[in-house]
Design a protein around this ligand. Structure first.
Ligand code: EPU
Length: 417
């Protein structure tokens, strides 16, 4: 168990480096199972979710080495088709092993996955997609087994534009020598990059970046090296941290083209942020105009940015509106911010308003999930006095050495056990 102790208010200054994307690294670890030769993933974030995903990978017979953000993965001797239950149950992203294992071995057994407690998050989009392809799905003692020797059809329509379901089916199709069309795909930047990687590895892929992807896979996929994208959620979160603490600084590499709705929000609120090359510059503080955000699948406003963005309402003059359309439990953190003095009206599970400007009071709070956890850290930087953020290990799931990055910017934040 970890907790963070923050002395606020913080004035930050300097440059902050964004790590590689969690939600790409986790999928590429699984993808390496389909490769004939080892692969090196550059810019791999050293975070808890990656450690857990690698634990699952190793327990099936994979070999890995992670040094200086370079992750070497060798699956040539991997032979097991069952995910280690204890770890996999705690990590929802472990579900992305399904596609690669099915493509290579025709069989996979896994526990129903866990992850952050942010909503119901069923996995039926995944199981339904593989059933459409002809798979048999059996449940026994809370374990699911999927068997699919070879696809019996050449078309899959995803029930929902699910990120991980799209990735699972794309990876599966990349490993079978048959043309398959996948419809209703999610189009997040990490999926676009995955399709490009799959293509470079030797599969034929059409429709990259659209909802309809056509793939003819190969049993002979090879790719030596991939550079993981800069984490768009972390990049925007650091911009929020600088704005919310009325600080100045530089966030890099800032993947501007993958953050269009967030950049648009900054523009509309009048935030003093400019972009040059791969950098985002946060300038002298200016109060913001109130705003409205509505989360949606890409290219909409990312749900993973919803909670940190709420803090911008505290430096805006007027009433801001937050609409969370994807998860039913992802506004609960607002109760904690209310305890710190935020003027919040929680209208229902999906809608809230926040009246700004406002000043937060330091107190003892907890991290409910990864994204609200980082929100509490920034709230601690904004508040006057000592804020204690309990359950800090949840933040380690997706943010690498967060206290070190913030300390470099001048924050007074300490990790305690
Ligand atoms: N949903 C809808 N409508 C849609 C699509 C999805 O209501 O059109 C709902 C689903 O029912 C579900 C939720 O939205 O409750 C998310 O669905 P999805 O299957 O896309 O989520 P996921 O693939 O399990 C990934 C990320 C999440 C991120 C979501 C949405 C990974 C490992 N996880 O989850 O990341 O919130 O996509 O963008 O890639 C995080 O990083 O903190 C995180 C939770």
């Amino acid at each position: 168990m970890a907790r963070f102790v923050i002395e606020g208010p913080a004035k930050l200054k300097g440059k902050i480096k964004v790590s590689g994307t969690k939600n790409e690294a986790l999928k590429l670890i699984a993808f390496s199972i389909m490769l004939q030769k080892p692969i090196v993933l550059e810019n791999t974030p050293n975070i808890l979710d990656v450690t857990k995903q690698l634990e699952i990978f190793d327990s099936m017979g994979g070999l890995h080495r992670l040094k200086y953000h370079k992750l070497y993965l060798d699956s040539t001797k991997l032979s097991k088709t069952r995910l280690a239950s204890t770890v996999a149950r705690k990590l929802r992203a472990s579900i992305v092993f399904i596609g690669p294992l099915l493509a290579r071995f025709g069989k996979v057994t896994f526990p129903l996955p866990g992850g952050c407690l942010i909503g119901a998050r069923p996995i039926d989009t995944h199981t339904d997609a593989f059933k459409q392809l002809g798979a048999q799905v059996e449940e026994k003692n809370l374990l699911l087994t999927i068997k699919l020797e070879k696809p019996l059809t050449n078309k899959v329509v995803l029930k929902e534009q699910s990120v991980t379901a799209t990735e699972n089916v794309v990876m599966y199709c990349a490993g079978v020598e048959q043309e398959i069309t996948i419809q209703n795909c999610a189009v997040e930047p990490e999926i676009v990059h995955l399709c490009e990687i799959v293509k470079k590895a030797g599969a034929k892929v059409e429709g990259i970046g659209t909802k309809k992807i056509k793939i003819r896979g190969s049993k002979n996929l090879k790719i030596n090296r991939v550079k993981i994208l800069s984490d768009r959620i972390e990049a925007a979160t650091f911009v929020i941290a600088l704005l919310a603490t009325k600080s100045e600084g530089v966030v890099y590499p800032y993947p501007k083209e993958n953050l269009v709705p967030f950049n648009e929000l900054l523009r509309k609120t009048g935030a003093n942020v400019s972009f040059k090359g791969e950098k985002a510059y946060v300038g002298k503080f200016k109060p913001l105009k109130p705003f409205k955000i509505t989360t949606a699948v890409h290219p909409g406003f990312p749900t993973d940015l919803q909670s940190p963005t709420s803090l911008l309402a505290l430096i805006a003059n007027g009433i801001s509106e937050i609409n969370e359309t994807m998860y039913e439990n992802r506004l609960i953190y607002l109760n904690l911010l209310e305890k710190m003095g935020m003027k919040v009206r929680l209208l229902d599970n999906h809608h809230a308003t926040i009246t700004g400007p406002g000043q937060l009071k330091a107190t003892k709070i907890t991290s409910l999930d990864l994204r609200s956890g980082i929100t509490m850290i920034i709230a601690g930087l904004m508040a006057e006095g000592k804020t204690i953020v309990e359950n800090g290990q949840i933040i380690d799931r997706g943010y690498e050495h967060i206290e070190q990055k913030l300390t470099k910017l001048g924050a007074n934040i300490k990790r305690m056990r």
